[in-house]
Design a protein around this ligand. Structure first.
Ligand SMILES: O=C(O)c1ccccc1N[C@@H]1O[C@H](COP(=O)(O)O)[C@@H](O)[C@H]1O
Length: 214
């Protein structure tokens, strides 16, 4: 299987083009004021327009007012919404847009109980944060806690970088991986060489797992 790759926290058109050139499947735009990767709608529009066709644009929100989400959606062409806070299912579903829900792996609920509440989510992003805490911290969770036997698309996030992503994918076999700080030179600034190395590590594991013709 080809593991999908999202590079989150893109803050400028140049980094968006570099991420696409490196071969990512999706980029993330962070609409959360307290993040060092926060972006406003005007800048996000410039970034979104720099993304070539067939690369998905994900808008990340954390406990935002519904009105803020609607305003961003009206200005910026987003393909998917990602909710990283304590947003309830009816809120997530109210925008009529495909969405991912972040699962707090340091939260009180088991991942499968948590996911059971979001029937409308297209997928779940498992990150190392606690309930109500932000992501993008560079912290990994114990991949041994990865849920198995779940018929939903799961995205592995949290503390991934070019030197650990191969092992992470081998252990968990996620639908996709998501990285932010692990491919940066400083908070909010992506490093093209790290993005290339991250993606080539994922592809290396994909090839190991692809059966060859006899
Ligand atoms: O990236 C951020 O600044 C951020 C802020 C608030 C909520 C989520 C955020 N990012 C998400 O967290 C994961 C993990 O980040 P990292 O790779 O450990 O730095 C990232 O993939 C984003 O989806």
């Amino acid at each position: 299987m080809r593991t999908r790759i999202k590079i989150c926290g893109i803050t400028c058109a140049e980094d968006a083009r570099a991420a696409a050139q490196a071969g990512c499947d999706a980029i993330g735009l962070v609409f959360y004021d307290r993040s060092p990767r926060a972006i406003d709608a005007a800048r996000a529009l410039t970034v979104a327009r720099a993304v070539p066709p067939f690369v998905t644009r994900v808008g990340l929100f954390m406990d935002a007012d519904a009105e803020q989400v609607r305003q961003v959606m009206a200005h910026v062409p987003l393909d998917v919404l990602q909710f990283h806070g304590s947003e309830p299912p009816d809120y997530c579903e109210s925008f009529g847009c495909t969405y991912l829900k972040a699962v707090p792996m340091a939260g009180p609920e088991t991942p499968d109980a948590f996911m059971g509440r979001y029937v409308g989510a297209q997928g779940f992003l498992l990150d190392s944060h606690g309930a109500g805490q932000a992501g993008g911290t560079g912290q990994a969770f114990d991949w041994g806690r990865w849920p198995t036997g779940i018929q939903r698309s799961l995205v592995l996030a949290g503390g991934l970088h070019p030197d650990n992503v191969a092992e992470a994918v081998r252990q968990t076999r996620p639908w996709a991986v998501d990285v932010s700080s692990g491919v940066e030179s400083s908070p909010g600034v992506k490093d093209a060489r790290r993005m290339i190395r991250f993606i080539s590590e994922v592809r290396r594991v994909d090839r190991e797992q692809t059966p060859t013709d006899a």
